[in-house]
Design a protein around this ligand. Sequence first.
Ligand code: HEC
Length: 176
Amino acid sequence: MASFNTVAGCVLASALFAMVVGKVSNALVHPHKLEKPAIAVSDEAPQTAAAAAPAQELPPIGPKLASANVDAGKAIFQKQCFTCHTVDKGGPNKVGPNLWGVVGRKKGSHEGFSYSSGMQAKGGEWTYEDIDHMIFKPTAYIKGTKMAFAGLPKEQERADVIAFLRTMSDSPQPLP
Ligand code: HEC
């Protein structure tokens, strides 16, 4: 009987021991398991952000135009756009069409310029927001565009250029 009790006691003791070990190792493994997904998420986050970047929506440029700098816009135009565009009234088309009065002008409508089919199909008039998208990344805005220009990534520069373009017109469009 004594030996049975001893055996039973041993079994019980080792069962208890196993339970305790199980609990302890659970407690040790569990937090470790939690760390893994946390690391995986923070690994993926920058990738997702980078992948989403090209399709990114631009915040509206309209509200920034009132405080934009027309003179700075003129300087940027002369540096970045003038190679391909004249902007004076009755100026000639170059690699790109003359841009006099382009704000509010029908897209792809300047006389004597041969536009890409993507531009001809675009439709509508040039709003401030549309010009913003066009000069941010022409190839993303118009499929197969002829405007071989990388784009102006800086919002302030685009606001300045658009504010300048607005003034190059017989009747400048109202600011939004
Ligand atoms: C490498 C030459 C080149 C440069 C640089 C360039 N453009 Fe253009 N741009 C073009 C061409 C070509 C078109 C016609 C696009 C088409 O038909 O797809 C065009 C079209 C446009 C249009 C539409 C005009 C219309 O009649 O519908 C606007 C607005 C415009 N460009 C603004 C700009 C501004 C602002 C800059 C400077 C930030 C600039 N472009 C820089 C070549 C250029």
